[in-house]
Design a protein around this ligand. Structure first.
Ligand code: GTP
Ligand code: MG
Length: 203
C-alpha cells in the first residue's frame, strides 16, 4: 500500500523513483473519522465499510485513538502538510479539531500547511456539522477547507492535490528574492526547514 508520504502518483512501484520532490504528509483526526479510508480511496481507489481501527502509525496514516497520541505527535516533526479530518456526522470529532490544530501548532514545523476536511459528506441525513461551521472554523484557524467522502469518492483527489499545491506555492514564495529569510518577518523560509525528502527515502 502506498502512504500519504509517497509522491501522489498512486501505489508504490519502480516508477515512483521518478519524481522531483517527496513531501511528508500526515492525516490526523479522531478515531473513525475516515483517515484510513481516505488514504485507501486515494492510493488504491478502494473503500471498505468495515471499521478496522489503525494501531499506532500505519505509514503516515495516524491513529485517532487517544492512547496512540504520543506516538502520533512524534511523527509531526518534518511533516510539510496535514489533512486534519473530522466526520460531518460526529460532533465530537468536530469539537476535537481545535485540539488537533493546537497539536499541529505545538509539534510541527511553523510553515506546515493544513487542510481541514469534513469527511463523510455522503451522510447527509446524519449530518450534525453544517458545512458553514466547518468553513468558519477553517477560516479562524487559517486553514483551507473541503468537505469530502472517501466512500463516494468526493473531493479525495482534490484534497491531496490542493495540499501539494499549497506546499509548492509556499516553497516558491520562499524562493522569491523578496522573501529571503528575515525580509518578510514571517520566520524561516520553507527552504530552510524540512527539505523535500530525497528520492529513495522509504519513510
Ligand atoms: P482510526 O484508525 O481509529 O483513527 O480511524 P480512521 O479515522 O482511520 O477511520 P476509518 O477510515 O477506519 O473509518 C471508520 C469507519 O467510517 C469505517 O467503517 C469506514 O467504512 C467509514 N467511513 C470512512 N469514510 C467514510 C465516508 O466517506 N462515508 C461513510 N459513510 N463512511 C465512511
Ligand atoms: Mg485508521
Amino acid at each position: 500500500m502506498a502512504s500519504a508520504g509517497d509522491p501522489p502518483t498512486g501505489p508504490r512501484d519502480a516508477a515512483d523513483q521518478n519524481f522531483d520532490y517527496m513531501f511528508k504528509l500526515l492525516l490526523i483526526g479522531n478515531s473513525s473519522v475516515g483517515k484510513t479510508s481516505f488514504l485507501f480511496r486515494y492510493a488504491d481507489d478502494s473503500f471498505t465499510p468495515a471499521f478496522v481501527s489503525t494501531v499506532g502509525i500505519d505509514f503516515k496514516d495516524t491513529a485517532g485513538q487517544e492512547r496512540y497520541r504520543t506516538i502520533t505527535t512524534a511523527y509531526y516533526r518534518g511533516a510539510m502538510g496535514f489533512l486534519l479530518m473530522y466526520d460531518v456526522a460526529n460532533q465530537e470529532s468536530f469539537t476535537a479539531v481545535q485540539d488537533w490544530a493546537t497539536q499541529i501548532k505545538t509539534y510541527s514545523w511553523d510553515n506546515a500547511q493544513v487542510i481541514l476536511v469534513g469527511n463523510k459528506c455522503d451522510l447527509e441525513d446524519e449530518r450534525v456539522v453544517p458545512a458553514e461551521d466547518g468553513r468558519r472554523l477553517a477560516d479562524d484557524l487559517g486553514f483551507e477547507f473541503f468537505e469530502a467522502s472517501a466512500k463516494e469518492n468526493i473531493n479525495v483527489k482534490q484534497v491531496f492535490e490542493r495540499l501539494v499545491d499549497v506546499i509548492c506555492e509556499k516553497m516558491n514564495e520562499s524562493l522569491e528574492p523578496s522573501s529571503s529569510p528575515g525580509s518578510n518577518g514571517k520566520g524561516p523560509a520553507l527552504g530552510d526547514t524540512p527539505p523535500p525528502q530525497p528520492s529513495g527515502c522509504s519513510c
